[in-house]
Design a protein around this ligand. Structure first.
Ligand code: GTP
Ligand code: MG
Length: 263
């Protein structure tokens, strides 16, 4: 490893999630936290149309996953410094997802995915936004599943964990993270069922390949995030927080701890 080769391999995280979830607001906040510039412009975000890549520092107080098995007296001086990582913000608009967002899941240095959702729109009985969120998360997990099972080089077979950031917990209509998890699992099961009916309708024989086309495999069990972990080693955690509003910054540390656990 030459010095230049090393500096290029900065662990990268991807921000996915529907429009309005708070991805750009989160990256702006993380950027502010890592530069300590209180006056960094965080005042307004607007709908994103292209990806935005930012280099960030993880506070040195946050434990790193790679240090987990080291004893306390084995923590080298180097670990006291903040850890550098890269976060890529993507546009959440439905028409831009495939080209500008899901395509980034092929990034060979990808370390994790933060899927941001607005927990307040999952609450209503009007469920078209729930369906949209679930369809997007379904497609994200399916790309990660195929990345795992596909014929690509071993380099891209690393486990990519997913954090569902249940954002906007400051709003009283927001579902708590446990309920967000339940809602998403139920909705993803619906997406999975209708997609596999679609596959059958276009006359695809249920062969070995078809199993890999179905999220979680072709089994009888209802979809759960645990299934993704058990079958493909893709862990999905749901953690609540808020980027803006009265509880601004709440939970962001827990999201950073999740990031630290991947480093
Ligand atoms: P696209 O770029 O369209 O994909 O959306 P985005 O996910 O980047 O959303 P963005 O960060 O632009 O946030 C959308 C709106 O939600 C903005 O008005 C934010 O101020 C607001 N917002 C973000 N996080 C929170 C939060 O935790 N609580 C509340 N109340 N509002 C939030
Ligand atoms: Mg945005």
């Amino acid at each position: 490893y030459s010095q230049t080769a090393r500096t290029k391999v900065v662990p990268t995280f991807l921000l996915l999630g529907p429009s309005g979830a708070g991805k750009t607001a989160l990256l702006t906040l993380l950027q502010k936290r890592s530069s300590d510039q209180e006056n960094a412009d965080a005042s307004s975000t607007r709908t994103s149309q292209v990806p935005w890549r930012a280099s960030l520092l993880l506070p040195s107080s946050i434990p790193l996953g790679s240090n987990k098995y080291r004893s306390d007296n084995d923590v080298s001086l180097k670990d006291k410094h903040p850890t550098r990582y890269v976060m890529i913000d993507t546009p959440g608009h439905g028409k831009l997802r495939d080209d500008q967002a899901l395509s980034q899941l092929q990034n060979p240095v990808l370390r994790g995915v933060l899927f941001v959702v607005d927990a307040s729109v999952l609450d209503s009985s009007e469920s078209s936004s729930s369906r949209d969120i679930a369809a997007y998360l379904h497609d994200t997990l399916l790309v990660l599943q195929k990345r795992k099972t596909g014929k690509a080089s071993s380099k891209t077979k690393a486990n990519i964990p997913v954090l569902v950031a249940a954002n906007k917990q400051d709003l009283f209509t927001a579902l708590p993270p446990g309920a967000v998890k339940e809602r998403l699992q139920t909705e993803i099961e619906r997406v999975r069922t209708s997609r596999s009916k679609g596959l059958a309708a276009v006359g695809q024989e249920p062969d070995a390949d078809a199993e890999e086309e179905v999220l979680g495999g072709g089994g009888e069990d209802k979809f759960t995030f645990k299934l993704m972990e058990d079958e493909y080693g893709i862990s999905v955690d749901v953690v609540g927080g808020a980027v803006k509003g009265e509880e601004a910054g709440k939970g962001v540390r827990r999201w950073e701890e999740w990031i630290g656990g991947c480093l």
